[in-house]
Design a protein around this ligand. Structure first.
Ligand SMILES: NC(=O)c1ccc[n+]([C@@H]2O[C@H](COP(=O)([O-])OP(=O)(O)OC[C@H]3O[C@@H](n4cnc5c(N)ncnc54)[C@H](OP(=O)(O)O)[C@@H]3O)[C@@H](O)[C@H]2O)c1
Length: 291
């Protein structure tokens, strides 16, 4: 029998790649995002408008799928973004939007699908978190809060729904090619106040992020494969990673919080140093051009 999955954030990156992969594998896919025109189309795909921060939109998304399907196998909570910026300056309204999108949207959709999954006696909630659910760095505070919270929310949910034959699991990607970093770095810039004392740190970290993400090597298609494993493993794991290195970083941060804090302090010094060198180089270049 054809399986059914609901995927959020299907207009870009990992959600888009997952929509294509599950449809290719013969699943019926209900694919939601605000930019519905960017969701892939195809025989098994139903593109639907969805804003996960809006309860009515979530309810309509689930209702549209469930009026057409008699079964629901998987909800993939993938929609998310990074509300980057220094904690002193990120407006709390933006912090709330971050939690509404990355955490409460997933929780709302899950509440909407669980009654059917319980009645069926099968079903799986896959939560796309991040290795940022186990670690942190400067400027990503609210993003890390949202992903740490998503992890503990998923683990608690898992402990409650296993009795019904259901599971809730977490995927933790590291740097992956998508629109995520451009959006996160845009927030890092726009969340700075005029004359912010965090300008140098921000420009240094944006440099480090650019270097780190261009060398990360993971594609959204790679992560779609990880979601597929999480959806189809007979005995699902609590956590899924794309690469061993991602797992190692997450475990290192958890097991050795003091040593991890030292690594982050070093990275922060490096970011500040890089930003200072860039300013000096710009100054020299300006000096050269005016000679
Ligand atoms: N790329 C990375 O390096 C990385 C690493 C770790 C974890 N992640 C996580 O992976 C997930 C997917 O991100 P990505 O890398 O594929 O980024 P992306 O290319 O920016 O895609 C994000 C998706 O989320 C959707 N979205 C955002 N806000 C939404 C809302 N309110 N309602 C519905 N959809 C919404 C966007 O669609 P619309 O704008 O059209 O609504 C888009 O389809 C996110 O949860 C992200 O935090 C990414």
């Amino acid at each position: 029998m054809q399986k059914t999955i609901l995927i959020t954030g299907a207009s870009s990156g990992m959600g888009k790649a997952a929509t294509e992969l599950f449809a290719d594998q013969g699943w019926t896919v209900y694919a939601g995002a605000r930019r519905v025109e960017l969701i892939p189309t195809g025989d098994n795909i139903h593109p639907l408008h969805l804003d996960v921060t809006d309860h009515d939109s979530n309810a309509q998304f689930v209702a549209q799928a469930l009026t057409q399907q008699t079964r629901l196998d998987v909800l993939l909570n993938n929609a998310g973004y990074g509300e980057y910026g220094p904690l002193e300056e990120v407006p709390l309204a933006s912090a709330r939007r971050q939690l509404e999108t990355n955490l409460l949207g997933a929780a709302d959709l899950t509440q909407l699908v669980l009654p059917l999954m319980r009645r069926q006696g099968y079903g799986r909630i896959i939560n796309n978190s991040s290795i940022g659910g186990d670690m942190y760095s400067p400027l990503g505070g609210w993003y890390y809060v949202s992903k740490h919270a998503l992890n503990v929310w998923s683990d608690t949910l898992d402990s409650e729904i296993r009795q019904f034959g259901l599971r809730s699991v977490v995927v933790e990607p590291a740097g992956t090619e998508s629109n995520w970093s451009a959006i996160a770095m845009q927030h890092a810039r726009t969340n700075l106040t005029t004359d912010s004392p965090y300008r140098q740190l921000t420009s240094g970290f944006i440099n480090l992020f650019d270097r780190f993400l261009t060398t990360s090597g993971a594609t959204s298609a790679d992560l779609a494969e990880v979601f597929y494993r999480a959806a189809t493993d007979r005995r699902p794991h609590r956590r899924y990673y794309n690469a061993h290195a991602d797992h190692t970083v997450a475990k290192f941060a958890q097991a050795f919080p003091g040593a991890f804090a030292q690594v982050i302090n070093l990275a922060t010094k490096l970011a500040l140093h890089t930003a200072k060198s860039d300013v000096a180089a710009e100054g020299e270049a300006l000096g050269d051009s005016t000679d």
